[in-house]
Write a new protein. Structure first.
Lengths: 204, 226
């Protein structure tokens, strides 16, 4: 049988296809898990043949690995004031949380793969967490001084708990639930709680 | 050896079973030697926890407890039936004791003891829940609801009802996040680290941060406004 002639798509089309494959894989892995998703399913979701997918990625594993190579979002802009108010700090964290909601599909696979001990996923998760702490600690330091890392950590765990709990409880309805007013109120209350009043901290 | 009981996360021995699946009375559930049955369950718990449910075969479990797979099928119809038998513990009612100062630290220790005791089981439940297993999802939801309710009942003896309700929710999310982040970060070492004084102290500090014991609402209105 004649070997198919491999045509090399121009770079822009190639990058667009690659991005489509990654988006399709992220959606399917999040919904069905890594093991239950086939290369064929990813290809058909991306609107290409599996042959075309193999042109971009050697294996399903390589597609997954590529997902973790998307650089995490750049750190949020620093708060505009030297000494931020409580409300500023809460809004700051809420914006971060919104970014997690936007990428909940990816968060779910990240969580799943990290629990399985996938080193790349764990490294990526670590960089997301480090990015969060890097963005929050300087803002907290202006108000809480050396207690800033502990407070940022309490906030990080609280948000991690909220994201995983909501993800598992509501599954695909996560985004919808996260947009509801009652959920937003709960989120702000949790963030408010995780942020002690400076006067209280000095007593401890 | 008796393990310390956790009032917050409940105790396996006294717990009722989860009734999300039809538990048709099956002669298998009572036949054979209880010691062998327990050995199979212990081996399955270990292997499911280590390599996951899907990657563990009935043959692996049988080998781990030195019996043939045919002998195992005498006790359990399927791998899934073994998994179902592992599940079921629900939190029991907690003692109603006031929470103040040091006892907030005790509460933290109780929750962590509860996690440590059943860490392997939680790991299996979580993996299955992420894979979409409805029984696991229901069990996870019930465990969380049980933890929150127990925290609430303990906290309301020291705080007002509304305050205790909010604080229970906050602490639940904090414990859950701390648990997941640490479990992923520490991998196989998680269970060992959970009991160390350093980890305990860190967890207590986090809980005290969120609970902000001693908050004076009159003076703490907006103290950090610019």
């Amino acid at each position: 049988m004649a070997q198919p002639v491999r045509t090399y798509p121009d770079q822009r089309t190639g990058e667009a296809t690659r991005a489509r494959i990654l988006a399709a894989a992220a959606a399917l892995f999040a919904e069905h898990g890594f093991d239950a998703t086939t290369v064929r399913a990813i290809a058909s979701h991306a609107g290409i043949t599996d042959g075309a997918l193999y042109y971009h990625f050697a294996s399903k594993r390589e597609v997954l690995n590529a997902l973790w190579q998307i650089p995490p979002r750049p750190p949020a802009l620093a708060l505009g004031r030297l000494t931020p108010s409580r409300a500023d700090l809460i809004r700051h964290a809420e914006r971060r949380f919104n970014a997690w909601v936007d990428s909940v599909g990816l968060m779910r696979i990240l969580f799943q793969q990290s629990l399985e001990g996938d080193r790349l996923a764990i490294a990526f998760r670590r960089s997301v967490i480090a990015g969060y702490l890097d963005a929050m600690i300087p803002s907290f330091a202006a108000v809480y001084g050396e207690r800033a890392p502990r407070i940022a950590e309490a906030q990080l765990h609280t948000l991690t708990g909220l994201v995983t709990d909501t993800m598992l409880r509501y599954g695909p309805a996560f985004r919808e639930v996260a947009g509801q007013e009652s959920f937003r109120r709960r989120l702000r209350r949790l963030l408010d709680r995780a942020l002690p009043y400076p006067g209280v901290l000095q007593e401890q | 050896m008796t393990q310390p009981r956790s009032r917050v996360l409940g105790d396996d021995r006294a717990a009722p079973r989860l009734a999300t699946r039809d538990r048709v009375a099956d002669e298998r559930s009572s036949r054979g030697r209880p010691a062998t049955r327990a050995r199979i369950l212990a081996a399955a718990r270990l292997l499911f926890g280590k390599q996951g449910f899907a990657a563990t075969t009935v043959k692996d479990i049988a080998r781990e407890c030195d019996i043939t797979d045919a002998a195992l099928y005498y006790y359990f119809r399927s791998k899934r039936e073994i998994l179902d038998s592992l599940w079921g513990p629900l939190p029991e009612s907690p003692a109603e004791e006031p929470i103040r100062g040091d006892s907030l630290d005790d509460l933290t220790d109780e929750v962590l003891d509860g996690i440590a005791q059943r860490e392997a089981l939680f790991r299996i439940v979580l993996r299955q829940a992420l894979a979409g297993d409805r029984t696991a999802l229901a069990l996870r939801d019930q465990t969380m609801a049980g933890l929150e309710e127990n925290l609430f009942r303990r906290l309301r003896t020291s705080f007002g009802d509304d305050e205790a309700r909010e604080l229970a929710d906050s602490l639940c999310m904090l414990f859950l996040g701390l648990y997941h982040n640490s479990e992923i970060e520490l991998g196989e070492d998680f269970a060992a680290v959970l009991g160390t004084p350093q980890f305990r102290e860190r967890a207590r500090a986090l809980v005290r941060t969120v609970a902000a014991v001693g908050v004076d609402t009159a003076t703490a209105a907006e103290p950090c406004a610019p």
